[in-house]
Ligand binder design. Structure first.
Ligand code: SF4
Length: 87
């Protein structure tokens, strides 16, 4: 386990569906409270296939493909989640 993983909020929320096609509201909440969200996203984007699976930093695998391809920025994904969450 890498050092930053010890601070990961998901460790205490393993009952949630971390492999869903869209990010459930409960996971948005967990990731937004996580102290290592930025590190988590960078780690998920670094090209290691083992770390690309599932929801990471409130992004899906498709979200991260879009980020890598320059189609979207992470803040756009997170802003959209906040808008949906508020409705
Ligand atoms: S930001 Fe990453 S490390 Fe933190 S809870 Fe979400 S998936 Fe886990």
């Amino acid at each position: 386990m890498r050092e930053w993983n010890r601070q990961a909020a998901c460790v205490a929320n393993t009952e949630l569906d971390w492999f869903a096609d869209r990010v459930p509201d409960e996971i948005v909440d967990v990731c937004n409270r996580c102290p290592v969200m930025g590190t988590c996203l960078m780690d998920a984007l670094d090209g290691n296939p083992e770390r690309e699976l599932g929801i990471r930093a409130a992004t899906t695998e498709q979200d991260r493909r879009d980020i890598r391809a320059g189609r979207r920025e992470p803040w756009q994904i997170w802003d959209r989640q906040k808008q949906l969450h508020l409705i």
